[in-house]
Design a protein around this ligand. Structure first.
Ligand SMILES: Cc1cc2nc3c(=O)[nH]c(=O)nc-3n(C[C@H](O)[C@H](O)[C@H](O)COP(=O)(O)O)c2cc1C
Length: 192
């Protein structure tokens, strides 16, 4: 059974493409069968998260710094509708890493803000948050997704810096994979 779930919200599909790249990179590091096929969060139920030991969650930012979702003006339901449905869930013991897509040039005062909303929600449910990422190499004025001088997850900008995306994903996964392996190992992975 897959033990790492990857879920994303998206409007124009880019965050889905990145989810697939992350799944591929993680499978290369952890082996076949560990990482589930990425799914759009608007196709799952809150209980579905409980099937995984670790989660990788991705979101673009829309509006002026908000999560995607019909409540916030995007076409389809997404994180904006899903997060309130998690109220009362206990995610203690689950490791969660975030990635966000944004546009630092057009939205320099709200760069990747929506990742902060995912972080607040999942940290509030008791999850162990992993995968903070340096702010160096980006130019923006403000981001709610920066805590203690680091982004709360992998920061990607397919508009201004798409050429850096693959190397950023690889570096992030190099750091993240051992931390995810640590949570999987007690149940005994063959190749550990
Ligand atoms: C109407 C609109 C509003 C946006 N607002 C923000 C924003 O506030 N902050 C940000 O960093 N990016 C913002 N973006 C950029 C998107 O997050 C970015 O294009 C992202 O890659 C889209 O991902 P998707 O293809 O998965 O929907 C906005 C884009 C659009 C079209």
């Amino acid at each position: 059974m897959s033990r790492i779930g990857i879920f994303f919200g998206t409007e124009s599909g880019t965050t889905r493409l990145i989810a697939k790249r992350i799944a591929k990179g993680l499978t290369l590091r952890l082996g076949e069968g560990v990482v589930a096929k990425p799914l759009n969060v608007n196709r799952i139920e809150p209980e579905d998260l409980g099937a995984f030991d670790a989660l990788i969650l991705g979101t673009p930012t829309y509006g002026d710094g908000v999560l995607p979702g019909q409540d916030n003006g995007t076409k389809e339901t997404s994180w904006a509708e899903f997060l309130p449905r998690l109220n009362g869930q206990d995610l203690s013991g689950v490791r969660v890493a975030l990635y966000g897509l944004g546009d630092q040039e057009t939205y320099p005062k709200h760069f990747l803000d929506a990742m902060a909303d995912l972080h607040a929600c999942f940290a509030g449910l008791g999850a162990e948050m992993l995968g903070a990422w340096p702010v160096e190499g980006y130019e923006f004025k403000q981001s709610r997704a920066v805590h203690d001088g680091r982004f709360v997850g992998l920061a990607l900008d397919q508009h201004l810096q798409h050429l850096l995306t693959d190397q950023r994903i690889e570096a992030w996964l190099d750091d993240l994979a051992p931390l995810l392996l640590a949570v999987l190992a007690p149940a005994g992975l063959d190749h550990v």
